[in-house]
Design a protein around this ligand. Structure first.
Ligand code: PHB
Length: 186
């Protein structure tokens, strides 16, 4: 008898989700201090520092933007020390990882971490987004503010990390810009 499959089958609970490796590789990230921002070309910087919805910005460069969910669910702890320092400690965090496509071509990897304490009231809706772009929710909220955007590079690709507050409740969004995205257009 196949032991392993039996074990899996009998122990899987409804609320026990198997997570894949993060959509964002654990390769080192070089975060740029703000003094180095002036060395980035103007067009690239305007993408990285975009304050509005990235989905909306992308929509100006293709017919349709779509979200391909990669994984979503509650996790008990944050592995990355880097991310941990950006959020208050919580029993659980909502993790959402997606690929954002422009005309079906992957343009961006998105990883959102939301402490459970943020998911109160209306903001509980964040766990039901599935293929709805995060920005469609965030940028319609009048209670939204952004604490910071950190810009970096990983494996030669641009990425950024933003901490938002929804009615003073934090969430962390990391976005990796893939090579086919208009961010790299000359
Ligand atoms: C998401 O839906 O999770 C999402 C969408 C656009 C982004 C980042 C994340 O730029």
């Amino acid at each position: 008898m196949d032991h392993d499959s039996h074990k899996l089958g009998s122990s899987t609970r409804d609320d026990e989700i198997m997570f894949r490796k993060s959509i964002i590789t654990p390769a080192p990230i070089h975060w740029l201090p703000s003094e180095e921002h002036e060395s980035i070309n103007e067009s690239t910087l305007s993408w990285l520092m975009e304050l509005g919805s990235m989905t909306r910005r992308f929509e100006q460069y293709c017919q349709k933007v779509t979200v391909m969910p990669y994984q979503e669910g509650f996790i008990d702890f944050i592995e990355s020390a880097d991310e941990k320092t950006c959020l208050p400690k919580s029993q659980r965090y909502w993790l959402r990882e997606v690929v954002l496509c422009g005309d079906d071509i992957p343009w961006l990897l998105g990883r959102t971490l939301v402490p459970e304490e943020t998911l109160t009231g209306e903001d509980r809706k964040l766990v039901n987004l599935r293929t709805v772009p995060l920005g469609r929710y965030l940028f319609q909220e009048t209670t939204l503010s952004r604490d910071f955007i950190h810009i970096g590079q990983q494996n030669g690709y641009w990425l950024r990390r933003s901490r938002f507050q929804l009615s003073d409740k934090p969430l962390l969004l990391t976005e990796v810009f893939l090579p086919a995205s208009p961010v790299y257009e000359k």
